[in-house]
Design a protein around this ligand. Structure first.
Ligand SMILES: Nc1nc2c(c(=O)[nH]1)N[C@H]1C(S)=C(S)[C@@H](COP(=O)(O)OP(=O)(O)OC[C@H]3O[C@@H](n4cnc5c(=O)[nH]c(N)nc54)[C@H](O)[C@@H]3O)O[C@H]1N2
Ligand SMILES: Nc1nc2c(c(=O)[nH]1)N[C@H]1C(S)=C(S)[C@@H](COP(=O)(O)OP(=O)(O)OC[C@H]3O[C@@H](n4cnc5c(=O)[nH]c(N)nc54)[C@H](O)[C@@H]3O)O[C@H]1N2
Ligand SMILES: [Mo]
Length: 763
């Protein structure tokens, strides 16, 4: 028996180097950076083959982000981007983790590796089991692994004691089959990464517009007169979005950026596919930069709306879209009355943006009709995440800027198929209509009680009510809030199972027993009994497209996610009337079931084979409102107050340029000028001066919430242009500070961008 400790965090510094933050994104340095990454970790022929197929019609869907591909012409070089290439290099690496590695290294040994080093070990190659009290993982046959899962699942007092997490890379086919298995087994415990991501968008948009997805298409972005980008860093996280913004500017559009940080990618951009423009120096993207305080967005939006109302009063009929408001919306009177109660001076102060800038933004909104608002985690991961997005909707509704060309809502999704997974029924709170259909199509009885989301799943495991934890991808331990609390929760279970491509810390912090089930990735060929298969994914704008890998898998022991689910279902559900093997043998059969169950997938097998795929129906896009009122709803939302005591700061946790969530491509954050170190805290120089602190000062961070103290030790201060009172750290290093019980109202999304902390100098 091993008594050695599993490390949950790694505190070592790696050698901080600071340079001036960049004012320009992409261009030549981006190409060099991704080529270096590919050259270092991939076979050169594989790298070349993949670069030609990425996001091409009939190619594979980049496992990076969920940004859509152009409907028409796509660059011959592939819809290429630096971070897409890095995502691929990470998956198509020539390195691999074999049974010899696990024989040599105990869990305790591996846990001493940094996350960066662990990721670089390469692809997982065969199923492994961690027996009770063992110090090492050992090989297990697939059959024994499925039998172990079946035994544990069937031994539970209730199916609700099992929890099935999903990350957002899972294809439509695997996701549909997975939820079908889970519901046939008998639970709706389907937490997913959306719970930590765009759940606030889903909740807000469903209530106000009747669909939890955005309303715009890529062409709308090209056509917009004004695009406002809130709480999003596309230069790093959605690089191909910059090309759409550039097109918008080229067509005369204006861009407003609302962000506490002057993110490089939004200031200036050079398209890597345009050598001429690369030499010319690129396009300046942002016309107005509004540096809001963290969580100042409701106040900011209300200030703009108050100015619009004032302009409308001065010029009746010139500013607001009365026809739209009358015909399509509900609740305008109440909304307006509440809005007029707000004091504009107070809104401006609370937003952190000066009056002049806010007036300029309001003027642009007043003068134009085709307006798009884009947002990501800066708005959703807040206590008032749902309110943030409802205010975004209010502003668009006043202007009638939804459901017409060049206008609408644009929540920019994260994982490449996170939106598709939800469409497929990966949701702890499924609608009855969906469950009715599932029952009808498959002759099963679907459970009706809603299941656990991420936060309640952790609480359930902590309380001993969640006994088997299953993860379809992802890195639950490191991605969730309150890392040490989550670790205790996972360690409380009987069995943890991870279907994964790469080793991560969730494989080390386990239940009494643990399984690693290695699977094929997006870039791998997927051969089943009827031949080679393709899968399909839905991007941020509701386009469903096929994706087919082209590389020989890194090991012959890998199974596809679909095959794993099917075999697990066969082992667990002895009397199931569903032919799991037939579906796994030919994914067309899964798509037939999807077509029968979910609206919008008519002729799925034909249309998914069409070049470029097809659009799913979207009510908001055509002004059909599936809301309780049958109209688009205005809402009223209070301005949040974050009173800080002396020495308190609001911390947001961000992605660096060299990471994909918990996967670290490298240790640099090139655009922000922060190199070779991740244990940093960005701080305003005035705040530093008050405390007498210098650049690279070593500090510890503490958060106190509902009487519980949390800490994250050993961080280096980086002076940065961030509003006073706000600080920024990287995710996942700062996750131990995010309280488990601090989540957004209504959406339960952890407040990863709103953590009150104190900071103490170490020396
Ligand atoms: N290369 C790469 N691509 C990715 C990912 C990755 O890790 N790496 N992750 C994927 C995933 S899952 C997701 S969800 C997306 C995430 O994409 P983003 O949401 O762009 O990612 P974050 O780093 O969380 O950045 C949030 C931005 O919000 C700003 N912000 C923070 N607080 C506030 C606030 O109160 N108000 C406003 N207005 N802004 C605020 C921050 O300064 C930052 O610019 O990216 C996806 N794409
Ligand atoms: N503090 C803080 N916490 C956050 C956030 C934040 O901004 N701040 N962001 C949140 C957000 S937006 C999200 S989406 C979550 C992300 O949470 P997750 O989705 O759980 O985390 P990832 O790091 O994306 O998961 C990476 C792992 O997925 C596995 N993987 C990769 N590709 C595949 C595949 O094709 N199939 C399978 N089966 N496995 C694969 C690999 O083993 C890899 O180690 O984190 C959330 N956590
Ligand atoms: Mo995400």
């Amino acid at each position: 028996m091993s008594t050695k400790k599993i490390e949950i965090e790694n505190f070592d510094f790696t050698g901080l180097i600071l340079k001036e933050p960049k004012e320009k994104a992409v261009g030549l340095p981006a190409i060099i950076s991704s080529v270096k990454q590919a050259a270092k970790y991939m076979d050169p022929i594989d790298a070349f083959k993949l670069s030609l197929k990425i996001n091409q019609k009939g190619g594979f869907d980049c496992p990076g982000c969920a940004w859509p591909d152009p409907d028409d012409d796509r660059s011959a070089l592939g819809e290429y981007c630096e971070n897409g290439m890095k995502a691929i290099a990470e998956e198509a690496t020539k390195m691999s983790v074999t049974k010899a590695f696990f024989a040599e290294h105990s869990l305790a040994d591996i846990s001493k590796f940094s996350d960066f080093k662990m990721g670089k070990l390469g692809r997982l190659t065969e199923p492994m089991v961690l027996r009770e009290r063992a110090a090492h993982y050992e090989p297990i046959s697939w059959e024994d692994a499925f039998n172990l899962i079946a035994k544990e699942l069937n031994a539970l007092d209730s199916p609700d004691e099992a929890i099935f997490y999903t990350s957002g890379r899972t294809s439509n086919e695997a996701a549909y089959l997975y939820q079908l298995f889970i519901r046939t087994y008998g639970t709706n415990n389907l937490p997913d990464c959306s719970n930590m991501c765009h759940e606030s968008s889903g909740v807000a948009l469903s209530h106000t517009l009747g669909i939890g997805k955005g309303s715009v298409t890529l062409n709308d972005l090209h056509e917009a007169e004004v695009i406002m980008i809130m709480g999003q860093n596309p230069g790093t996280n959605h690089p191909r979005m910059l090309a759409a913004l550039e097109k918008c500017k080229h067509n005369g559009g204006k861009i407003i950026t609302v962000n506490p940080l002057p993110e490089a990618g939004l200031l200036n951009f050079t398209d890597p596919q345009s050598p001429v423009r690369m030499i010319q120096g690129g396009t300046s993207l942002t016309d107005i930069f509004a540096p809001v305080k963290v969580n100042g967005d409701v106040a900011f939006l209300k200030a703009i709306m108050l100015l619009l109302v004032a302009m409308e009063d001065a010029n009746p009929g010139q500013v607001l879209d009365w026809n739209f408001i009358k015909e399509h919306t509900d609740g305008f009177e109440d909304f307006l009355a509440e809005l007029k109660n707000e004091d504009i001076a107070r809104c401006i102060t609370e937003s952190g943006v000066d009056r002049e800038t806010i007036t300029k933004v309001a003027q642009l909104m007043a003068d134009n009709e085709k307006i798009i608002i884009c947002w990501a985690m800066g708005l959703t991961q807040q206590k008032n995440g749902v309110a943030n997005i409802q205010e975004v909707v209010n502003l668009l509704l006043m202007k009638g800027a939804i459901g017409k060309p060049g206008a609408g809502t644009c929540p920019v999704r994260g994982h490449s198929n996170v939106q598709g997974d939800r469409t497929m029924g990966i949701w702890e709170a499924p609608q009855d209509a969906f469950l009715d259909k599932l029952e009808e199509v498959h002759g099963i009885r679907a459970p009706r009680d809603h299941g656990y989301h991420v936060v309640s799943a952790i609480e359930a495991m902590k309380a001993g009510k969640g006994k088997v934890f299953f993860a379809m991808g992802g890195n639950f331990l490191s991605a969730t809030p309150d890392t040490h609390y989550t670790a205790e929760a996972l360690q409380n279970t009987h069995l943890t199972v991870q279907i994964s491509t790469k080793l991560n810390r969730s494989h080390l912090v386990t239940g009494k027993q643990a399984l690693i089930l290695p699977c094929l990735g997006r870039t791998d060929k997927d051969a089943q009994s009827s031949g080679e298969q393709f899968v399909s994914c839905e991007n941020s704008m509701g386009v469903v497209q096929s994706s087919q890998g082209i590389l020989t898998p890194p090991s012959k022991h890998l199974k596809s996610e679909v095959a794993i689910v099917a075999e697990m279902a066969r082992a667990t559900l002895k009397k199931s009337s569903i032919d799991w093997r037939e579906m796994a043998g030919n994914y067309d059969h899964i798509r037939e079931a999807i077509e029968a169950t979910i609206p919008g997938f008519e002729d799925y097998n034909t249309r998914v084979r069409q070049s470029g795929g097809f659009y799913l129906p979207n009510g908001a896009r055509v002004r059909e409102w599936s809301t309780a009122t049958g109209k688009a709803n205005f809402t009223t939302n209070a301005i949040p107050h974050n009173k800080l005591k002396e020495g308190e700061y609001i911390m947001m946790t961000l992605r660096s340029h060299d990471q994909y969530n918990t996967t670290l491509y490298g240790l640099d954050d090139r655009y922000r000028g922060i190199y070779s170190e991740r244990r940093i805290v960005m701080m305003n120089v005035n705040d530093m001066r008050i405390r007498g602190w210098k650049e690279k000062q070593v500090v510890n961070l503490f958060s106190e919430f509902n009487g519980v103290e949390r800490e994250a030790l050993n961080f280096l201060i980086v002076p940065y242009p961030i509003p006073e009172g706000n600080v920024a750290t990287y995710f996942p290093e700062a996750n131990p500070l995010v309280p488990i019980d601090s989540f957004a109202d209504k959406s339960f999304t952890p407040t990863s961008k709103l953590v009150k902390i104190t900071i103490e100098s170490v020396s």
